[in-house]
Design a protein around this ligand. Structure first.
Ligand code: CP3
Length: 363
């Protein structure tokens, strides 16, 4: 098929063109020149915004992810307020896992908590395949958002198999991922079966979002940095690669992100990303050397810097915009999510500063 008048459809394997597909954000992901360095913030929709806290006041997190009108409003809040170059769908990495039949909740101040942790072959069987009908609220929210956002791209996302497996095996957040690693090293066959199941769910969840019109996807492997490169390559990469390869023909850039991944940046790129997310520990010019010239980078301001005086924020933003010039494409972001105590006005100033510092005259 060919590009339609809205410019959102494309032939298999060909990039979409027009509208959000020609936005500064998508162009930077594709390593094409644009008018300025695009900027968005992980967790931009969330507790740093008073309008978010207000609208979420009496709605539990998982329920709010299942209400398309509410998802639309929360997703749009940071776009209106900060003028970021992309919206990210308001949802959570555990939403598709819950849709796949796992009993879990998102506990305020803690994170995902799983009623019966997944530790046996029978437990793995409890993770059902999902399709559009199992997450119809996500399909609907994306369609509403694409209509509202106009030329501003919407980023879809999902959790990568390792990070999802960690929540499922531990039963909740973990600092050491000890039970997860015990399973991974102790029963590799079961580990691979679990990750293959999760890769299936993740890919299906991302396909629903792509079919509904997102302009890019981000695969969050937030906790992959807990592994050595050798173990990452052996136990994790094949499963994340399955997800990313499954979207190779979707015509949207694929961003792959984790925290503490300095040693994994090359491997995470090899897993099939178009853009590699970098946390604040690795300067972007160094990260680019590790990732190679055929991928863009995203990052990498330490979210805690936003709590410092403006002069500090400004000098760090300048440094990152400069170091980002070494990359073939740079999407400005934080090295991890916005902290709840962040002053939203500082985020707005950062967007304006990045745009000002990176403005390029029209060709
Ligand atoms: O703006 C955005 O980035 C989109 C929204 C988003 C949320 N979760 C909303 C959310 C995204 C992209 C996520 C992904 C996510 N969820 C990840 C990967 C990104 C990362 O931070 O590394 C992970 C590991 C999770 C699991 C999870 N869900 C955690 C660790 C928490 C925080 C627990 C807490 O309360 O501190 C959640 C809950 C969650 N997800 C909140 C939000 C806005 C807070 C819940 C609330 O507002 O009550």
């Amino acid at each position: 098929m060919t590009t339609d008048t809205t410019g959102t459809a494309a032939r298999d394997g060909e990039p979409r063109r027009g509208g959000p597909a020609d936005s500064p954000f998508v162009r930077a992901c594709r390593r094409e020149p644009g008018p300025h360095t695009p900027v968005w913030f992980m967790r931009q929709a969330g507790r740093s915004l008073p309008e978010y806290r207000e609208i979420r006041a009496n709605v539990p997190m998982l329920e709010s992810c299942r209400r398309p009108e509410l998802v639309t409003e929360i997703t749009l809040q940071p776009v209106r307020r900060h003028g970021v170059d992309a919206a990210i769908l308001f949802s959570d990495i555990v939403v598709p896992v819950a849709a796949a039949g796992i009993d879990l909740d998102i506990v305020p101040g803690t994170g995902p908590v799983v009623a019966e942790p997944v530790r046996t072959a029978a437990d793995v069987e409890r993770i059902n395949p999902i399709g559009r009908d199992d997450v119809s609220y996500v399909d609907e929210a994306v369609r509403l958002l694409v209509a509202e956002l106009g030329d501003t791209p919407l980023i879809g996302f999902a959790g990568a198999p390792f990070t999802l497996a960690s929540y499922l095996v531990e039963g909740g957040p973990s600092r050491t991922h000890a039970k997860t690693k015990a399973l991974m090293y102790g029963d590799p066959e079961l580990w691979h079966a679990l990750c293959a199941r999760l890769a299936q769910v993740t890919l299906a969840f991302l396909r629903v979002q792509v079919d509904a019109g997102v302009s890019a996807v981000q695969l969050f492997d937030s906790w992959a940095g807990a592994l050595s490169e050798a173990d990452y390559r052996r136990y994790v990469l094949p499963h994340s690669a399955h997800v990313l390869a499954g979207l190779a023909g979707a015509g949207v850039p694929r961003i792959h992100f984790g925290v503490g991944t300095a040693e994994l940046l090359g491997a995470m790129g090899e897993a099939g990303a178009d853009v590699v997310g970098v946390d604040w520990r690795t300067p972007l010019d160094v990260a680019t050397r590790r990732i190679g010239p055929d991928k863009a980078v995203q990052g990498n301001l330490d979210p805690a810097v936003l709590l410092a005086p403006w002069e500090v924020v400004e000098s760090q933003v300048r440094r990152i915009v400069d170091q980002g010039r070494a990359a073939p494409g740079h999407v400005f972001n934080l090295g991890h999510g916005v902290l709840p105590e962040t002053d939203p006005e500082v985020l707005t100033r950062v967007v304006a500063l990045v745009h000002e510092l990176s403005a390029r005259p029209a060709a």
